[in-house]
Ligand binder design. Structure first.
Ligand SMILES: CC(C)(COP(=O)(O)OP(=O)(O)OC[C@H]1O[C@@H](n2cnc3c(N)ncnc32)[C@H](O)[C@@H]1OP(=O)(O)O)[C@@H](O)C(=O)NCCC(=O)NCCS
Length: 343
């Protein structure tokens, strides 16, 4: 079953294909969410032996991702009426991230997933993303085969880690060893003109992690839709790092948890205690919001960051494998203090 993107292609018999890939429209959003929930629910049920009540534990991916990157969101539609698959993709500056991708269980293994991935690839190329990435299930031969077909190479594990917030026993301040006191500020409290300058500073930090990487869209959508907030780690007037936090509701945070989607500390100024301070700041925000857990994802190539989270009492909830294709596909520096999640 061949699918086409935004144009009516003909199959070898000259008929319209049954399934076509097109961009997501506003009216599709609820359906796309259902397709993801249903498909991942089926997949996890096969893996775990029981069906989770909610495939993503209450985390939401569709509405805000579409608002952030409408041209990167695709559906596969049967007979122009039934949505049977979806793929979301986004470019963060030079980095193109694919996922989630889902095809309803009864429609799988008919090349629909590949048509969706191809549409996302074209979107990355149009936007000149130099590195493309996806995270997937490391024990699934199908997933590894599928992404290999598109040139993605399996790399290292991403650990989704979490820790319960202890009420009443705040983590001791880590800043003792720091030369100048560190302070935490929320992006949402900045005046509009200051927000622009802060975004430019964040871009310089992420560009030092991977050239051209830019999280501005993520920071702005979290701010604009109040999905959470971005914590800024400051020394004096200088932003040393930032953490994009999602709080539960309509964001990517599961019910009852504060979730850090991305955190980076300026590689040129990084010191281990800054990450400890940052984790304490995120936990303090979690306490203030009344959540029970903090979720921190970490790519295991960022070995220093991973080791520090273990020291802080974070345990792995589950792991996924990162797959990458493109320029500088092994760009990660193990000493960089970065937490990122490509789901
Ligand atoms: C992953 C997913 C999107 C793929 O969609 P799909 O429409 O089934 O994929 P396609 O039919 O386009 O391609 C599947 C390929 O894997 C191959 N395949 C299937 N089972 C396989 C296995 N056990 N081992 C190796 N290859 C396998 C198929 O033969 C096909 O390759 P081919 O066209 O070269 O023959 C779909 O299975 C899905 O929604 N899964 C649940 C949600 C999920 O895991 N999403 C992805 C998270 S990263």
């Amino acid at each position: 079953m061949r699918a086409t993107v935004d144009r009516a292609g003909l199959d070898p018999q000259g008929r319209l294909p049954k399934v076509q890939v097109r961009r997501v429209r506003k009216g599709d959003l609820g359906k796309v969410r259902d397709v993801l929930e249903q498909t991942f629910g089926d997949f996890l049920e096969r893996q775990l032996g029981t069906r989770p009540r909610q495939a993503f534990g209450g985390a939401q991916y569709v509405h805000h991702r579409w608002l952030m990157e409408p041209w990167g969101c695709f559906v596969a539609e049967e007979d122009g009426s039934k949505i049977v698959g979806a793929a979301l993709a986004a470019t963060l500056g030079s980095l193109g991230l694919l996922g989630p991708v889902a095809v309803l269980t009864n429609y799988q293994n008919q090349a629909i997933g590949q048509q969706l991935i191809r549409a996302a690839q074209e979107f990355f190329d149009e936007n000149k993303a130099t590195l493309h990435g996806v995270v997937t299930y490391p024990t699934s031969p199908k997933h590894l085969y599928l992404y290999h077909k598109f040139g993605y190479k399996p790399k290292h594990l991403t650990a989704i880690m979490s820790r319960a917030i202890d009420r009443g026993t705040p983590r001791p301040p880590a800043a003792k060893a720091a030369k100048a006191p560190l302070a935490m500020r929320r992006f949402s409290t900045l005046e509009e003109t200051k927000k622009k300058a802060a975004l430019a500073r964040m871009h310089r930090i992420t560009s030092a992690v991977y050239r051209g990487l830019d999280l501005a869209k993520e920071v702005e959508i979290v701010d604009g839709l109040a999905l959470g907030d971005t914590l800024l780690l400051e020394r004096g007037r200088e932003i040393l790092g930032f953490a994009i936090c999602h709080s539960p509701g309509v964001s990517e945070a599961p019910t009852g948890a504060l979730y850090v989607k991305f955190l980076a500390i300026d590689p040129a100024q990084k010191r281990p205690e800054q990450l400890l301070e940052f984790v304490a700041g995120v936990e303090a925000l979690g306490t203030e919001l009344g959540v029970q857990r903090v979720i921190l994802p970490v790519y295991s190539r960022y070995w220093a960051a991973y080791s520090m989270l273990v020291q802080c009492g974070y345990a792995i909830d589950f792991t996924m494998v990162r797959m990458q294709r493109g320029k500088q596909e092994d760009y990660e520096d193990p000493t960089h203090l970065v937490l990122d999640d490509w789901r």
